[in-house]
Design a protein around this ligand. Structure first.
Ligand code: HEC
Length: 171
C-alpha cells in the first residue's frame, strides 16, 4: 500500500514537472511573438526583440496586449512623453485633435487603431498622410538612437486610452 502511494506521488511530481517545463518553453519561444505590419501598406515590419526590454513590453510582444492601459503611473508617464515628443503640437494637449486627428476613438482614420497592436504600428512606423514614424531608429534618419522605445509607445497609448473608458484597445 505504501509503495503504491510513493509511486503515485512520484508520478504526480513527474507530471507537474513536465507541465511547468512545457509552459516556460512555450513562452520563451520566439515563434510566439506578435507579427507587426506597417499602417502604410500592411507589409511585414521587423522590430528588434531586444527593444522590448520591460515586462510590459515583453508581454506586448508576446500577446499584443498593453498591460499599462488603466495603470495610473503609466498614464502619467505617457502624458509626459506625449508632450516631450511633440504629439501635442498636432493632436492637441488632450489628444482630442488639432491639425492631426483626435486619438480618442472609437472611430479612427485607420480602423485598426482601435486595437493596441494597430495603434502601436501606426505610432512606430507612421502613415502616408502626415504622421511620421516615431519608433526608435525610424524617427530621425540622422540619429538611430532617437525615437520612442516600445515601452514608451505603450505608456503613451495608456494615456491616449485614458480619455475613452469604453475603449481599452485590449478587447
Ligand atoms: C507633425 C504633426 C504630427 C505629430 C508631431 C504627430 N502626429 Fe500623429 N498624426 C498626424 C496626422 C496628420 C495624422 C493623420 C495621418 C493620416 O491621415 O494618414 C496622424 C495620425 C495619428 C494616428 C492615427 C489616428 C487614426 O485616426 O487612425 C495616431 C495613433 C497618432 N497620429 C499618434 C501620434 C503620436 C503618439 C504622436 C507623438 C509621438 C504623434 N502622433 C505625433 C500628425 C502628427
Amino acid at each position: 500500500m505504501q509503495r503504491q502511494l510513493i509511486l503515485v506521488s512520484a508520478l504526480t511530481l513527474a507530471l507537474l514537472a513536465s507541465c511547468s517545463g512545457k509552459t516556460s518553453g512555450d513562452s520563451s519561444a520566439s515563434g510566439d511573438s506578435v507579427k507587426f505590419v506597417t499602417t502604410q501598406d500592411g507589409s511585414a515590419m521587423e522590430i528588434k526583440s531586444e527593444l522590448f526590454d520591460t515586462p510590459a513590453a515583453k508581454e506586448f510582444l508576446a500577446t499584443g496586449k498593453n498591460s499599462y492601459v488603466g495603470n495610473a503611473d503609466a498614464v502619467t508617464a505617457g502624458k509626459k512623453l506625449f508632450q516631450m515628443y511633440s504629439c501635442t503640437q498636432c493632436h492637441g494637449g488632450d489628444a482630442g485633435g488639432q491639425t492631426g486627428p483626435s486619438l480618442h476613438g472609437p472611430d479612427f482614420k485607420y480602423a485598426k487603431d482601435a486595437t493596441n497592436k494597430g495603434m502601436f504600428e501606426t505610432i512606430w512606423h507612421g502613415t502616408n498622410g502626415g504622421m511620421g514614424a516615431k519608433g526608435k531608429g525610424l524617427m530621425d534618419p540622422s540619429d538611430p538612437s532617437n525615437g520612442l522605445m516600445p515601452d514608451d509607445v505603450l505608456k503613451i497609448q495608456a494615456w491616449v486610452r485614458s480619455h475613452n473608458e469604453k475603449l481599452t484597445g485590449n478587447e
